[in-house]
Design a protein around this ligand. Sequence first.
Ligand code: PLP
Length: 453
Amino acid sequence: MPFVPNSLEARDVAGLVHPYTNLAKHAENGPLVIDRGEGIHVWDTDGKQYIEGVAGLWCASLGYGETELVKAATAQMEKLAFGHLFQSRSHGPAIELAEKLKSLAPCETARVFFVGDGSSANDTAIKLIWYYNNAIGRPEKKKIIGRLKAYHGVTVASASVTGLTHNHLDWDLPLKGFLHTDCPHHYREALPGESEDDFVDRIIGNLERLIHKVGPETVAAFFAEPIQGAGGLIVPPQNYFPRLQAVLKKHDILLVADEVITGFLRTGNYWGCQTVDMQPDMVTCAKALSSAYLPIGAVTIPSFMHEAMVEQSRKIGTFGHGNTYSGHPVCAAVALRTLQIYEERNLLEHVRGLIPRFQQRLAALASHPLVGEARLGAGLMGGVELVADKAAKTAFDPKLTVGMKALLACQEQGLMIRAVGDVAILCPPLIITEPQIDEMFDRLKAALDGLEL
Ligand code: PLP
């Protein structure tokens, strides 16, 4: 497509590399340039309005234009625009935010380490686990297990624990010592006629065999999203995590809950792990921690790990890890204000009140001729898997890029969705209202009805 010289489109194509984009197609088709946002809506540069059905990238939980967050950022920038935590320096916003997260964490938490995003949170968690096992004299206990279709980010280590082909293919990943086990998705992964219980028995059995094969004394940790997001919105069977945890406990393997998209009310509880009966040793989070207004993520650290870290750094002379922006004061101030707003506006009750309508509208799409499975997800996240043959669950040929076509059809209808393969995903700002939920699903249904394949 020829672009108007000097237009934003032309300048975009000339200047940017876009994440998770077919770069060749992008060079031909150009970008959709978004100009502004207000509440659950965004507008492109032609003035077309869209419902932001995925809260940006599962993150803008308070929607757009939240003046309280603008005020918090401005006030902190004016007072202390930058401060760091290296070599015992500190500042109020990081101290307060650490206290707040300790009080909210779903597992015993002695300390909090701040990073800039979800990938770095998982990367840091992996490094801390390695450091811990070295500190307590178990240098061989280092392997990390993730799951197929899991998404934990793009740094070398977080992409290694990720279980998606496109994050490994031609990236020389995963690194040695990263293993993958089954994805707990009954619809796609169960054998014909296999009940949920039998499915869980089988995949937990596979995990135990994997642990025995490599030696339990070499396995340090298991990473899991309570609900797998970027792998296609996958909720595990009810008894999956309790069964999994029993195996991990037996072999002294830590469980890390990646709450990067499920944290902060999304699933109808404060944390996703509370929704799926998961009891982690550590939590990583980001995104809705600041409602995505500024980049910040965090890792919670249990007492036993912190005590070992203290001793190890005494021995070495320092704790050799840290980012310039760990606990950045402006990001921390905005995150603190975000967490206060969740409480002040009783957003948890608001979300819980909306879940029945969201789930009902999602479930209604199950009867659509293109929908193989309505992924009810949990809380205000869900999706629909589009299939070529409903009864046989036959997927479309990936070359048809049906998910991408659905995304473009939704855009036509004024709705932003996320397409993961052929799964169309919704994860709207938590401030959405019931009439807006109806409007969002009306637009999705109109897009699916008009989809030309
Ligand atoms: N973990 C999960 C579960 C995610 O969904 C994501 C991003 O979507 C990440 C980690 C990586 O976060 P970031 O993109 O902020 O690095």
